[in-house]
Design a protein around this ligand. Structure first.
Ligand code: UDP
Length: 326
């Protein structure tokens, strides 16, 4: 297929581009390079430096490249920043997605996979989280993704759009051949931060909160390998149905605490990783992990890399080889 990957120079988008190229698709990566890296985009993909809010320019690219389906990864994704600057999140994540949908509509493109998030569930009543649980996002970031889910449902009804909105848990790791990986500036995610401490680039890891109602007092999250995640996108793309939306949790189905992550990182890196206990970070629910059973039942998809040590090893290979990122 001719597939456009918007946000194709970002962490997850660049892995999607690589997977799609390797599976024989014609890939067009589009990214405004605000957070993405040109060097992250596979050489066999066409690349356009373009913001997805520019409907006319985007439609011209879709037309020129005969695009049949879109994967849309472009978004701002920091919960804390979204609380401080909500308009940035509603503009980039919601308004610009509408502009992108306008471009798809102009070109008659009816297939879309859109990155959603477990942050749309907010504070769940219980774990593991199933797709039918109430969505009550607690941050502008979560709200913005939830709003797009709503917009896509209505667009599917009105125009026959076929879409999937996979809800990601915590995405980690890097391509298994070591060619691409995670390079956020600033970095806020736990595993990269811990590995930067192991590299001597930071003094210590701050543990945000030690008084959560969990076994060791720290937050529990479900860490899913980026390669498993992008493979799931391809599965969803192959199962899209006109006028319908597919909503699936993408996680491993097991949670690890912040302390467990740090101790696995110590084992993998052999580094003494100093920590400092600091107050909770606003907006962090104590425990989030997926029930990934619906993806398994409906499509036979399950994360293959379920061993946390293997996930951390793949991230560590990238950080050791590219200590300064791209
Ligand atoms: N975390 C932490 N110290 C850090 C970064 C993150 O203790 O320097 C915790 C954070 O509070 C959360 C977990 O690690 O419970 C995962 O956070 P991350 O930012 O990686 O992903 P999020 O869960 O926000 O998507």
């Amino acid at each position: 297929m001719n597939i456009a990957v918007i946000g194709g120079a970002g962490f997850i988008g660049s892995h999607a581009v690589k997977l799609l190229v390797e599976r024989g698709h014609q890939v067009t990566a589009i990214d405004n390079l605000t957070n993405g890296h040109r060097a992250a985009v596979h050489r066999q993909a066409a690349f356009y430096a373009l913001d997805c809010g520019q409907t006319a320019a985007l439609a011209a690219v879709f037309q020129e490249r005969k695009i049949e389906a879109v994967m849309h990864f472009a978004a701002n994704a920091y919960v804390g920043e979204s609380v401080e600057d909500p308009r940035k999140y509603y503009r980039n994540n919601v308004a610009h997605t509408i502009s992108m949908l306008d471009a798809m509509h102009l070109c008659g493109i009816k297939k879309l996979v859109f990155s959603s998030t477990c942050a749309t569930y907010g504070q769940p009543d219980h774990v593991p989280i199933t797709e039918d649980m109430p969505q009550r996002p607690i941050s502008p970031y979560g709200q913005s993704k939830w709003m797009v889910e709503r917009i896509l449902r209505d667009t599917a009804q009105a125009e026959g759009l076929a879409f999937a909105a996979p809800r990601y848990f915590n995405v980690a790791g890097s391509a298994l051949d070591g060619t691409i990986g995670e390079d956020h500036r600033p970095e806020t995610h736990l595993i990269p931060i811990v590995l930067q401490v192991a590299l001597g680039q930071r003094k210590q890891v701050d543990i945000f909160g030690n008084d959560y109602p969990t076994a060791d007092g720290t937050c529990i999250r479900d860490y899913v390998h980026v390669w498993d995640l992008v493979e799931a996108h391809l599965v969803l793309l192959e199962h899209l149905k006109p006028g319908q939306g597919l909503f699936y949790n993408l996680g491993v189905g097991r949670g690890y605490s912040v302390r467990e992550i740090i101790s696995v990182c110590r084992r993998v890196t052999n580094a003494n990783i100093p920590t400092r206990e600091v107050p909770r970070r606003a907006g962090d629910p104590p425990e989030l992990f997926a029930d990934p059973g619906k993806m398994a039942r409906d499509f036979g998809w399950k994360a293959k890399i379920t061993d946390l040590e293997e996930i951390v090893r793949s991230a560590w290979r990238w950080f050791q080889a590219h200590p300064n990122g791209y």
